[in-house]
Design a protein around this ligand. Structure first.
Ligand code: BTN
Length: 314
């Protein structure tokens, strides 16, 4: 059964108030009925602000997250206002069943390659715990799927020009809006536990020079989708689940390639095992690698590392 109150929350924005009349028209109910539902939402703990110009969401307040997810969403959602890192929560989880951990803020958020991920309130911080029982080589597929889910969501629902910068940074313009991290646990060649972490700068800015938040990227434009961590999380993981259940590996890889903003650009890759490779990014491999053609005409594929645009591309 559809929760009607939830419909109202997903229509609300954190910056542009919606009047009771507008909401009423959208829902086909009277202004008084809208007011009653809003009152109920406030009693249930939803941070809905009523003002003279209408109703707003307090985007920085923790929301009852579960309520944004469709009833058929397959993973239990655990929301914690503040944690060390959702990756730790997922790693320490004893129950052997998939779960989605979401935090309002993180004390020691982790990025790729041991970096810190600044995690103030107003961002989306989530880790999905999965028990895939596949080989380690297949672990790249859900990582690609999560990048695709976020990029396509931002393009289609938020009208933002998002693209994946290899390997899995989500960029808008020249700024980094989000990143994906994975941790793998297993024995021999069987991948037992995979944790997919994602961080998105939603509101405000985490104070990192190259970062951009969705609210800044959207500027003053009021689109049909509110920019707020809770509805974003729900849409993102619902899309992710659809991608991994409906699509074959080849289709996921191909969608990931279509989301790329790296191919064709001059890049500099700092390799994980040391050394640097510079040249034009000419292709993406099905295994998630980046193929680079150097100035000397040599072509080489890199599996992991840190990719930056070369100075002439900036
Ligand atoms: C990157 O370096 O681009 C990846 C960043 C991943 C950050 C997310 S936030 C939720 C989860 N918990 C963490 O500590 N890290 C990931």
């Amino acid at each position: 059964m559809v929760n009607k109150n939830r419909d109202i929350v997903s229509m609300l924005d954190d910056r542009f108030p919606l009047s009771g009349e507008t909401l009423g028209k959208k829902l086909g109910i009277s202004r008084v009925a809208v007011w009653k539902r809003i009152k109920k939402l406030q009693e249930e703990g939803y941070p809905v602000i009523s003002g003279r110009a209408g109703y707003l969401l307090d985007g920085t307040a923790p929301l009852p997250l579960e309520s944004f997810f469709p009833e058929e969403f397959p993973y239990p959602v655990r929301f914690t206002p503040r944690v060390s890192s959702t990756m730790d929560q997922a790693r320490l989880e004893e129950e052997r069943s998939p779960k989605l951990f979401i935090a309002g803020s993180q004390e020691t958020g982790r990025g790729r390659r041991g970096r810190r991920w600044e995690s103030p309130e107003g961002g989306l911080y989530a880790s999905l715990l999965l028990f895939p029982e596949t080989d380690f080589e297949s672990a790249i597929v859900p990582v690609m799927a999560l990048s695709v889910a976020l990029t396509e969501l931002l393009r289609e629902e938020y009208r933002l020009p998002a693209a994946v910068s290899w390997p899995n940074d989500i960029m808008i313009g020249g700024g980094k809006a989000g990143g994906v991290l994975t941790e793998l646990h297993g024995r021999y060649d069987i991948l037992d536990r995979q944790i997919l972490g994602i961080g998105v700068n939603v509101l405000g800015n985490p104070g990192v020079p190259e970062a951009v938040s969705l609210s800044t990227a959207r500027g003053g434009e009021a689109t049909s989708r509110p920019v707020s961590p809770a509805p974003l999380a729900a849409s993102l993981f619902t899309r992710f689940h659809r991608i991994v259940t409906d699509l074959e590996r080849e289709e996921i890889v191909s969608r990931w390639k279509s989301c790329s903003g790296t191919v064709g650009r001059m890049v500099r890759v700092e390799r994980s095992r040391g050394g640097e490779l510079a040249g034009r990014a000419v292709a993406l491999g099905d295994d998630g690698s980046l193929v680079i053609r150097t100035a000397g005409g040599r072509t080489e594929a890199v599996r992991d590392g840190e990719c930056r645009l070369a100075r002439e591309e900036m």
